[in-house]
Design a protein around this ligand. Structure first.
Ligand SMILES: [Zn+2]
Length: 169
């Protein structure tokens, strides 16, 4: 093989590798969203005072005002314990800095007392609903462990010890 030809072969090889890398990157972008590998369910609160009703639409507006594409949580549990869908499960959430790609964000309405201090304001209905929701999610994502937001970021959220209450030992 002449040196000139071998140079050409090298270019073809490098070109091929580049094309393969680009194809892989493109694949990552178009992979079905269900391919998100979920290893964490992260519990949040809305950080709103005891008894104040907050809707998915409210949170959607707040999060859009922050420049996000909409509500950052995947589920919201209202004061009555009703579970509302937020951001679709197959989309990366916006709820826990540095841990969104591999997690599901679950948020209950409340988390502050009447004076605005962090407090576990969960109603019995919310407690039951969160437990059921986590159970359902863990069936879908058997590798997912449960954490409170404060496990990862410097925050009081979700204003109770979710790691020990819902977490996997
Ligand atoms: Zn939070």
């Amino acid at each position: 093989m002449s040196p000139r030809l071998s140079k050409a072969v090298q270019y073809v090889l490098i070109g091929g590798m580049l094309a393969a890398a680009l194809a892989l990157m493109a694949l990552k972008v178009v992979l079905p969203p269900d391919e998100r590998s979920i290893d964490a369910i992260i519990v949040h609160c809305t950080a709103t005072p005891l008894g104040r009703a907050v809707t998915v639409d409210d949170i959607d507006r707040w999060h859009k005002a922050r420049g996000w594409k909409g509500i950052g949580y995947h589920y919201v549990v209202d004061l009555e314990g009703k579970v509302h869908a937020g951001r679709p499960l197959d989309q990366t959430g916006a709820h826990c800095l540095g841990h969104n790609a591999h997690s599901i964000g679950v948020c209950y309405v409340g988390g502050l007392d009447a004076q605005g201090r962090p407090a576990d304001t969960r109603t019995p209905e919310q407690k039951e609903a969160i437990r059921k929701l986590i159970g359902m999610l863990q069936k879908k994502y058997p590798n997912a462990k449960v954490y409170g937001h404060r496990h990862f970021n410097n925050t009081a959220c979700p204003c109770f010890d979710a790691d020990s209450e819902y977490g996997t030992p």
